[in-house]
Design a protein around this ligand. Structure first.
Ligand code: S3P
Length: 445
């Protein structure tokens, strides 16, 4: 990552316009990985060209696949076929991306190759035992730093064993890592999740020709089973725009009087839309127009108008469907009337930064009254109008912390500065230009 890039966001007038935010990050990673182990060509329209996904593309090339971008922005992946990933001659650098690291560790674990994974200072702090524990049960071996952290070496299993594994944390990354290992394992591999997490891996695997079934168990949990060693065939994929990126202009438009913004082609997978449900409960005027299906994923155009928001209680069981959106929800809550209580946020502590701590610290600096509960809840006492702002907020290499506080700055009495906006490039290239095009005032400092 390049040098730190401080950014300042100042109070602005109405936000107006129609935009398409970049492609979905989760779907983009998966399309490159599955394209690489399919037979034939996978054509990807709308791939997110953020740094996280570009790290995945580079890794797939080191593993033997071809992944190139056409002049018209379409990506073409020529796969090697399942089981045929090559041992990379170099370290796989996953940059800032937990998704890239964890999913790829699952995929290579079931190939008879040795791979060394590393990442940036943020990724190398994040827990990996959550994936290495089940993958080791299947037959792969790992040598990492304490806590299973990167840099870490994966020695893929020669004869992998299918397992049934109940997830100890609600994590689509862990679920996906096991499913991707199960893909090249003979027999049926099952992951049981008590809380439904995003199912892009399951949906896309079916699209590529694999058999993936989902069964509800007596205790209400979901059992996801993949039948190993299918023939995967290259496909065409249209990546919807990322609801987690749409969240930023959406909240900014809700907060600025007179705003009306149309966000086109936003992914509406129900396991991703918890933020929009919450904003509607808070009184947000969000219309879901032109609902349709795009290559197996639901999408809609979102029309968002300024609204007076009020505080709500966000239940813990909603967390998996909006896990990346709490920082920007906290910005909305800071401007809402009354108190917003967000429950069950333990997982926020192990994201690109400790988001619970970073949000609480940043909001406090901006003059907002916040409490973090011992149960990892976040309580934000809304100002009902513009928060004070007038502070520089630390972002700890976290793109979503940076964007959330820049959104807060659009609605604060005094500008909000973030110490480093460079990491926004990991997930939302063009964020500042897109926001300023709608009428925001975000400047390099
Ligand atoms: C992702 C899953 C989530 C999310 C991350 C992307 C994915 O992580 O925070 O940004 O693409 O599977 P967890 O599943 O570990 O919560």
């Amino acid at each position: 990552m390049s040098q730190a890039k401080p950014l300042r966001s100042s109070s602005t007038g109405a936000l107006k316009g129609t935009i398409r935010v970049p492609g979905d990050k989760s779907i983009s990673h998966r399309s490159l990985m599955l394209g690489a182990v399919a037979v034939g060509e996978t054509v990807i329209h709308g791939l997110l060209e953020g740094e996280d996904v570009l790290h995945t593309a580079a890794a797939m090339r080191l593993l033997g696949a071809q992944a190139e971008r056409d002049a018209d922005g379409v990506w073409r992946v020529r796969g090697v076929g399942l089981g045929a990933l090559a041992e990379p001659a170099q370290v796989l650098d996953m940059g800032n991306s937990g998704t890239a690291a964890r999913l790829l560790m699952g995929l290579v674990a079931a190939h008879p190759i040795t791979c060394v994974f590393t990442g940036d200072a943020s990724l190398n702090k994040r827990p990996m035992a959550r994936v290495t524990t089940p993958l080791a049960q299947m037959g792969a071996r790992f040598v990492g730093r304490s806590g299973g952290r990167l840099p870490l070496t994966v020695v893929g299993g020669e004869s992998m064993i299918p397992i049934t594994y109940r997830l100890p944390v609600a994590s689509a990354q862990v679920k996906s890592a096991i499913i991707l290992a199960g893909l090249n394992t003979p027999g049926a591999t099952t992951v049981i999740e008590t809380e439904p997490t995003r199912d892009h891996t399951e949906l896309m695997l079916r699209h590529f020709g694999a058999t993936v079934t989902t069964e509800r168990l007596e205790d209400g949990a979901l059992a996801v089973t993949v039948v190993g060693q299918p023939e995967l065939t290259g496909r065409t994929i249209h990546v919807p725009s990322d609801p987690s990126s749409a969240a930023f202009p959406a909240v900014a438009a809700l907060l600025r009087p007179g705003s009306e913004v149309l966000l086109n082609d936003v992914g509406m997978n129900p396991r991703r839309t918890g933020l929009f449900d919450t904003l509607v409960e808070m009184g947000g005027d969000i219309a879901f127009e032109n609902r349709r299906d795009q290559a197996g994923e639901p999408v809609a155009d979102l029309r968002i108008r300024h609204s007076r928001l009020k505080g709500v209680v966000v239940p813990a069981d909603r967390a998996p469907s909006m896990i990346d959106e709490y920082p920007v929800l906290a910005a909305a809550a800071a401007c809402a009337e009354g108190t917003t209580v967000m429950l069950g946020l333990k997982e926020l502590r192990v994201k690109e930064s400790d988001r619970l701590a970073m949000v609480a610290e940043g909001l406090t600096r901006c003059g907002v009254s916040v409490e973090v509960g011992a149960d990892d809840s976040l309580i934000v006492h809304g100002t009902g109008s513009a928060p004070k702002g007038g502070a520089t907020v630390a972002t700890a290499m976290d793109h979503r912390i940076a964007m959330s506080f820049l959104v807060l700055g659009t609605a604060s009495a005094e500008p909000v500065q973030v110490d480093d906006g460079a990491f926004i490039e990991t997930s939302f290239p063009g964020f500042v230009a897109l926001m300023n095009g709608l009428g925001a005032t975000i400047d390099e400092v």
